[in-house]
Write a protein that binds this ligand. Structure first.
Ligand SMILES: [Zn+2]
Length: 318
């Protein structure tokens, strides 16, 4: 029998339930929706979670599409799923947990006696470090972004090769291989010996069907490669960036992008122009390094210093 919260499944069974993490302001229990898929045959354990950031719904779309396709009789091993991690942010369609104004993916490994976000992080971290592999499904929030996989442990980490391997297997097409900030699940779990990646499935308001499909393929690639399922991998060429340059606006106005997501850039190439309200150009911002146009803000209006876009640099391909 494998249990996760109130979900409990014997070999060959699937069950859903709730993982209780305290109470909401009205005193009712807060339960994250969880599932256990217990394969008829033995194998590894995969932990997968979505909506750690409450406005990142593509991962929930992936969970919704993957779970009905899984037949525990054909599965070797166990899959633990938390379908919505940032419960409070999801309820109000925001990025951060409104109870403590915290970004969940800065709260790992969490604290079972801490703030709202720390408690949720601790409860899901227990599941993550009980597994052999972890997928933390994210996206570039509501900005526009490529489909990519993030390796966050850092290139010198003892689990780096395993994490990078999983990112290649997931196979979105792009990999950002750069040590992440403290508190990320994909940084904390490798310290406990569990290879973890953070697939970033595009960026949108609501759902993006193409990014969700890429995520579904990625999950099945991982399940196939690590022996949960028989089948063939859906392979595609991968481009890895180990650098990530962020661009802000040198002044206020309206941004007009001169490149598209996925474009290969040369140094000095124009990324965007800022114009005033009456259409007069104010400045042009160019790429500091060669790279790939990776992420861009959605709304055109910017103040001086406000985030505009990101470029992945130091590229190699597989
Ligand atoms: Zn995120």
């Amino acid at each position: 029998m494998v249990t996760f919260g109130t979900a409990s499944a014997a070999p060959g069974e699937i069950d859903t339930g709730r993982l209780e993490v305290g109470e909401s302001r009205d005193g009712s229990p807060v339960g994250l929706p969880v599932a256990v898929v217990n394969g008829a045959a033995d194998g590894k354990t995969l932990y997968m979670q979505a909506a750690s950031d409450g406005d990142e719904l593509n991962g929930v779309g992936v969970v919704q599409q993957v779970l009905p396709q899984l037949d525990p009789d054909e599965l070797s091993g166990t899959i633990l799923v938390c379908g919505i991690v940032n419960y409070h942010a999801f309820q109000v369609a925001e990025h951060r947990n409104p109870i403590d104004d915290t970004k969940m993916n800065r709260a790992y490994p969490g604290d079972a006696a801490g703030t709202s976000s720390e408690r949720i992080a601790a409860a899901t971290y227990d599941a993550a470090v009980s597994a052999d592999l972890v997928l933390d499904l994210h996206q570039g929030s509501t900005s526009r972004m490529l489909d990519e996989c993030r390796v966050r442990c850092g290139t010198r980490h003892r689990l780096h090769e395993e994490c990078l391997e999983m990112a290649k297997v997931f196979g979105c097409g792009y990999i950002l291989d750069q040590k992440g900030p403290d508190g990320q699940l994909a940084r904390a779990a490798p310290d406990e010996g569990v290879p973890t990646i953070d697939p970033e499935l595009g960026g949108c308001v609501g759902w993006d069907e193409q990014s969700i499909q890429t995520g579904v393929e990625g999950v099945f690639n991982v399940l196939t490669h690590y022996g949960f399922l028989n089948g063939t991998l859906n392979k595609r060429p991968q481009t890895r960036a180990t650098g990530f340059e962020q661009y802000g606006s040198p002044n206020g106005g309206l941004v007009d992008f001169k490149v598209e997501l996925g474009d290969r850039l040369s140094r000095g190439q124009t990324l965007f122009e800022v114009t005033d309200v009456f259409g007069q150009p104010k400045t042009e911002v160019t790429a500091d390094s060669p790279g790939i146009f990776w992420r861009s803000r959605r709304l055109p209006q910017v103040a001086t210093g406000e985030y505009v876009c990101s470029v992945g640099t130091n590229l190699d391909t597989y």
